[in-house]
Design a protein around this ligand. Structure first.
Ligand SMILES: [Zn+2]
Ligand SMILES: [Zn+2]
Length: 243
């Protein structure tokens, strides 16, 4: 299986990340990727990016170093009903929207609370991917998560940083195995993301790919394997996208 896209990366616009858009794009090219998602943190994270940043994405080129660039955001889930930050005008202009549960913007609740947050976010018409739903500190029902993601045609993320930097999210490996088992059962599409906060991590999927091989997860359920597949899926919520 060849991974041709990294759909979750950060630039120094998010203050706790350290590389520029150009550095990320060049790293993607050097890693042999065809598609790169730039998904900086939305404003509600303590060092999230101001909305003007997202408003001005149109000045950036669609292609850099031969890599198709997708400009979007990693949105914060803000309550147990699944509200997210940024307004609809901005959501509409994005190429890609990831919605993530961050403890900085929402305290983990009961499994029921957390599921409310995730299922509510999935109902947002612009959310393509649920980011890193793998942290044991934020308990969820993976069976319902994978089933409803399939029903709502939202992708679940398999986040390489969650496996690599194992100290800040809990039981990620076990949780991913459980989640992917249900994704395989229900036919839920997954998106691979490095969650790079430095260009050296762009396109680094060693941990995720080892896990996927280990459990023999079906390749057809991984969106990152072709540009057509990615554009078709993202184009459902962002119709301005063309291959
Ligand atoms: Zn995140
Ligand atoms: Zn991230």
């Amino acid at each position: 299986m060849k991974v041709i896209a990294d759909l979750h990366t950060h630039t120094l616009a998010s203050v706790h990340a350290y590389s520029s858009v150009s550095e990320n794009a060049k790293a993607a090219f050097e890693q042999g990727l065809s598609v790169l998602g730039i998904t900086d943190h939305a404003p509600c994270l303590p060092d999230g990016v101001h909305e003007l940043h997202f408003m001005n994405y149109h000045v950036l080129p669609q292609g850099m170093f031969g890599v198709r660039m997708l400009y979007g955001s990693e949105l914060n889930i803000l309550d147990y009903e699944g509200a997210i930050d940024l307004n609809e005008t901005l959501h509409k202009r994005m190429d890609i929207c990831i919605a993530s549960f961050h403890e900085f913007t929402l305290s983990p609740g009961s499994q029921k609370d957390n599921m409310g947050a995730y299922l509510g976010a999935m109902q947002n018409p612009y959310v393509d991917i649920i980011g890193h739903p793998d942290d044991g500190k934020i308990p969820v029902d993976f069976k319902v998560l994978a089933r409803e993601a399939k029903n709502m045609d939202v992708m679940l993320e398999v986040n390489n940083s969650s496996l690599k930097v194992a100290h800040y999210r809990l039981n990620t490996r076990e949780n991913m195995i459980t989640m992917l088992g249900y994704c395989a059962r229900y036919g839920t599409l997954v998106a691979l993301g490095s969650d790079a906060h430095y260009h050296g991590a762009i396109g680094q999927f060693d941990e995720v790919l080892a896990l996927i091989r280990e459990i023999d997860f079906p390749e057809e359920l991984i969106v990152n394997t072709s540009i057509e597949k990615i554009m078709k899926q993202l184009g459902k919520r962002h119709p301005h996208l063309v291959v």
